[in-house]
Design a protein around this ligand. Structure first.
Ligand code: UT7
Length: 328
C-alpha cells in the first residue's frame, strides 16, 4: 500500500469543428444574441456531426493528453470515461475509447455523474493511485449532448455544446498533485434535470419518441440556485481540508454552465475575476468535458504555473457536485 497523491502529467481536449452561433439560434427559436449573452455569457458552441459518438471526441482528447504526458497507449492501466452520453447503452464508452486509442493493457469503465463527471473521475482515479493499484490512469470527461437537445426549446438549446477533455494521472512524487476533494449528491433533486426516456424505466418506443421524451428537460432557475450553493460550499470545504486559504488560490476553474452562476460563486468565495478561468463564451456547457477543457486551456494560456494552487468545481444533474484542490 502506497500513499502517493496523484498529479496530472498531461492534458488534452477536442471539440468538433462545427460552430453554432447565437445568431443561428435566433433563426431556430424565439431568442436573441443579446439575451443569450447577457443571461448566460455564451456566444457560440460546438456541435458534433451526425453519427459521431462521444468516444470519437474522447479518443482525440485522450491521445493529446497521452502525448503531452509522454505515455504510450500500451502503458495506460485504466481508462475512466466520465460521460452521460455514451455511444450506445452497451458496451461502455470507455471500451470504445480503448479500441480507438489502442490501450490494450487497460481496464476501462464509464462513470456517470453528468456535468460533475470529470471531478468525480479524477477523485476516483486518485484512489487507485493512492492505493498503489495503478500508475497511469486516463481520465476523460466527454459528452455529445447535442442529439439530446430539443432544438425548439429556447431555455435549454442555447446552453449546451459537445466536447471532450482528458487528463493522464500519475503518482505524485513531490508536493504537486491533488491536495483535497469533496464530492456530493442530493437525489431528492433528481427530477430537476433529466432525459426521461431511453433508459430501463421508459425504453424507446414510438410513444416515447412522439412525446419528445428523449430530450433534456430542466428546471433552469432551481438548478441555478442549487448550483451556486453546491459549488460554493464544496469549494469552501475542499479548501479547508487542504488547509489552503481562499487568498492563496491562483486559478479557479468552475463548471462552465452560465456566467451568472460563475459570478455568484466567485462572489461567495471572494475570488477576483482575474483568478477565474472562463471559456463558456466559446463552447457553452459541454457537460462532463467542461472543467477538463477549461483546465486544459487555462494551462495552455499560461494562467497556471508550477506551484500554483488550482481549484476545480463542478455541478450537474443528479443533483451532483464536486470540488478539488490541486498544487500544480
Ligand atoms: O450543468 C448544469 C446544467 N444547468 C444549468 O447550469 C442551468 C442553470 N440555469 C440557467 O442557466 C438559467 O436558469 C437559464 C439560462 C436556463 C434561464 O435563465 P433565467 O434567468 O433563470 O431565466 P428564467 O428561466 O427565469 O426565464 C426568464 C424569462 C422567461 O420568460 P417570461 O416567463 O419571464 O416571459 C423565459 O421564457 O426568459 C425567457 N427565456 C428566454 N428568452 C429569450 C428563457 N430562455 C430564453 C431565451 N431567449 N433563450
Amino acid at each position: 500500500m502506497t500513499n502517493h497523491s496523484a498529479y496530472i502529467a498531461g492534458l488534452g481536449f477536442y471539440v468538433p469543428d462545427r460552430v453554432l452561433t447565437n445568431r443561428e439560434l435566433e433563426k431556430m427559436v424565439e431568442t436573441s444574441d443579446e439575451w443569450i449573452r447577457t443571461r448566460t455569457g455564451i456566444s457560440e458552441r460546438r456541435i458534433a456531426e451526425k453519427g459521431v459518438g462521444t468516444s470519437e471526441l474522447a479518443s482525440r482528447a485522450a491521445l493529446a493528453a497521452l502525448k503531452q504526458a509522454g505515455v504510450s497507449p500500451n502503458d495506460v492501466d485504466l481508462i475512466i470515461a466520465a460521460t452521460t452520453t455514451p455511444d450506445m447503452p452497451l458496451p461502455s464508452c470507455a471500451c470504445f475509447i480503448q479500441q480507438k486509442i489502442g490501450a490494450k493493457n487497460a481496464a476501462a469503465f464509464d462513470l456517470a455523474a453528468a456535468c460533475a463527471g470529470f471531478v468525480y473521475a479524477l477523485v476516483t482515479a486518485e484512489q487507485f493511485i493512492r492505493a498503489g493499484v495503478y500508475k497511469n490512469i486516463l481520465v476523460i470527461g466527454a459528452d455529445v449532448i447535442s442529439p439530446y437537445i430539443d432544438w425548439t426549446e429556447r431555455s435549454t438549446c442555447i446552453l449546451f455544446g459537445d466536447g471532450a477533455g482528458a487528463a493522464l494521472l500519475k503518482p505524485a512524487s513531490g508536493k504537486s498533485g491533488i491536495l483535497s476533494s469533496v464530492l456530493g449528491s442530493d437525489g431528492q433533486y433528481a427530477d430537476l434535470l433529466t432525459i426521461p426516456c431511453g433508459g430501463s424505466r421508459r425504453p424507446a418506443t414510438h410513444g416515447s419518441v412522439a412525446e419528445n421524451g428523449h430530450t433534456l428537460k430542466m428546471s433552469g432557475s432551481e438548478v441555478f440556485k442549487l448550483a451556486v450553493r453546491g459549488m460554493s460550499e464544496a469549494v469552501i470545504e475542499a479548501l479547508s481540508r487542504a488547509k489552503v486559504k481562499k487568498s492563496d488560490v491562483a486559478c479557479f476553474i468552475p463548471h462552465q454552465a452560465n456566467q451568472r452562476i460563475i459570478d455568484a460563486v466567485a462572489d461567495r468565495l471572494e475570488l477576483p475575476a482575474e483568478k477565474i478561468f472562463v471559456n463558456l463564451q466559446k463552447y457553452g456547457n459541454t457537460s462532463a468535458a467542461s472543467c477538463a477543457i477549461a483546465l486544459c486551456e487555462a494551462v495552455e494560456q499560461g494562467k497556471i504555473k508550477k506551484g500554483d494552487k488550482v481549484v476545480l468545481a463542478t455541478f450537474g444533474s443528479g443533483l451532483v457536485w464536486g470540488a478539488l484542490v490541486m498544487e500544480w
